[in-house]
Write a new protein. Structure first.
Ligand SMILES: CC(C)(COP(=O)(O)OP(=O)(O)OC[C@H]1O[C@@H](n2cnc3c(N)ncnc32)[C@H](O)[C@@H]1OP(=O)(O)O)[C@@H](O)C(=O)NCCC(=O)NCCS
Length: 147
């Protein structure tokens, strides 16, 4: 039987790591999610098929990771998670939302472009690939209009 007073973080971290492993070639371990969830600046928005983890510092926010399980894709889940987190972060005082995305991640780039993100920087060779490296694009979205 589950103790309702027990800390739900380890179980949640394990579930997030399992979903992350379905979405990324280099998934984060449950311990990484547990560490992030223990920080007050971390925000989690989750549904059955996916989740988004964000972090707020002063008036700037960052998407730490976004994952939708393969069978749940192309149904608007990713976009809804981004929009939900964006609105919540704006309400908490964030004026800009940043993220990093691999240049070869066409699905995520299309999602972010549709959600109003624009390129503001680039980290050359940031992500390893079997055949070499690809750049990380730094994208940002203005949240002031959502507040
Ligand atoms: C990127 C990801 C989160 C998208 O989730 P999703 O729930 O399938 O996205 P949505 O259904 O909300 O799609 C929103 C829009 O993004 C774009 N998009 C999403 N998947 C796409 C794909 N495979 N190819 C092209 N465009 C795509 C489309 O413009 C789409 O709108 P449309 O379906 O009306 O054409 C999902 O593919 C995923 O988890 N990928 C692996 C992890 C990852 O790359 N995370 C982001 C790291 S920065």
């Amino acid at each position: 039987m589950t103790d309702p007073a027990a800390d739900p973080t380890p179980e949640l971290a394990t579930a997030l790591a399992a979903l992350h492993a379905m979405a990324f070639a280099d998934p984060w371990p449950a311990s990484a999610f547990a560490a992030l969830l223990s920080l007050p600046e971390t925000r989690l928005d989750a549904v059955a098929d996916g989740f988004i983890l964000t972090r707020l510092a002063a008036d700037e926010a960052e998407i730490l990771t976004l994952a939708v399980c393969p069978l749940g894709r192309r149904r608007g889940v990713g976009r809804r998670l981004v929009d939900t987190a964006s609105a919540a972060l704006a309400a908490e005082g964030a004026t800009r939302l940043f993220l990093e995305v691999a240049e070869d991640n066409a699905a995520a780039r299309a999602l972010y472009a549709g959600a109003g993100f624009a390129e503001v920087g680039r980290r050359p060779g940031y992500y390893g690939r079997p055949s070499g490296t690809v750049d990380a694009l730094v994208l940002a979205r203005d949240l002031a209009s959502l507040a």
